[in-house]
Design a protein. Structure first.
Length: 235
């Protein structure tokens, strides 16, 4: 019998979301943090992280206490380029109460209509993804199916043209990577540029009836506001 080294003691104050063990399997760390330090200051992010469901639920629902846009100045000034790019108009998901509550109901009704029009195609999209891996001896379920399925369905709901889908997905991936506050400045700049590109694409699509898909979200937004009006920002 060979001796095994003892398991290292868990040190919640040293929690790092970039540690290889956490990236490999975050759930044991989540459980330990819930038990020992449910609200923790994460130095790498200069942010408080919450690990308990009830705390997270309150943060998301109590819009009078918790705000998306902090009234405090940022701890570190952003480089000039990021400051300029970051001053673009806010999307509906970036808005606080009461403006968010004014715009969101208008979008919800249109979004429901767009979803209804796509439901018959969901099975076709799912089958196409399965057909792509049918002859393979092995494949990654997340990258081959679980990730592209909702992404493609959402693209259909919005009305993204099939030939543009891969490019839009790449821009979204860049935006997600740049939202990591510990990311290098180059990634943050790329994320902001990608966000501006997607916004410009949606605006152009909304103002070009020939390229809009009937009954999809962008088409419904354009029709609800009139061809000459600037459609509401989706992101």
């Amino acid at each position: 019998m060979t001796a095994t080294s003892p398991m290292p003691s868990f040190r919640p104050l040293d929690f790092s979301p970039h540690h290889p063990d956490f990236i490999e399997n975050p759930y044991p760390a989540y459980r330990r943090m819930r038990e020992s330090l449910p609200i923790a200051w994460v130095e790498e992010y200069q942010r408080w992280w919450c690990f308990r469901y009830d705390d997270c639920k309150r943060i998301l629902e109590d819009e009078h206490v918790f705000r998306k846009n902090s009234p405090l100045p940022p701890p570190r000034p952003a480089p000039p380029l990021l400051s300029v790019l970051g001053s673009r108009p806010q999307g509906v998901f970036d808005l606080d109460h009461p403006r968010h509550g004014e715009i969101r109901p208008l979008l919800d009704g249109l979004f429901g209509k767009a979803i209804d029009g796509v439901i018959p195609q969901v099975g076709t999209i799912a089958q196409a993804l399965l057909d792509e891996v049918r002859e393979k001896t092995s494949f990654d379920l997340i990258s081959a199916y679980a990730y592209p399925l909702p992404a493609r369905v959402l693209g259909e709901v919005l009305g993204v043209e099939a030939g543009d889908f891969q490019a839009i997905t790449s821009f979204v991936d860049a935006i997600v990577a740049g939202h990591d506050v510990a990311a290098p400045q180059a990634l943050k700049t790329a994320a902001l540029c990608s966000a501006m590109t997607i916004s410009a694409y949606y605006q152009a699509l909304a103002h070009c009836p020939a390229h809009r898909q009937e009954g999809r979200m962008i088409d419904l937004l354009a029709k609800s506001q009139g061809e000459a009006a600037e459609p509401a920002r989706l992101h």
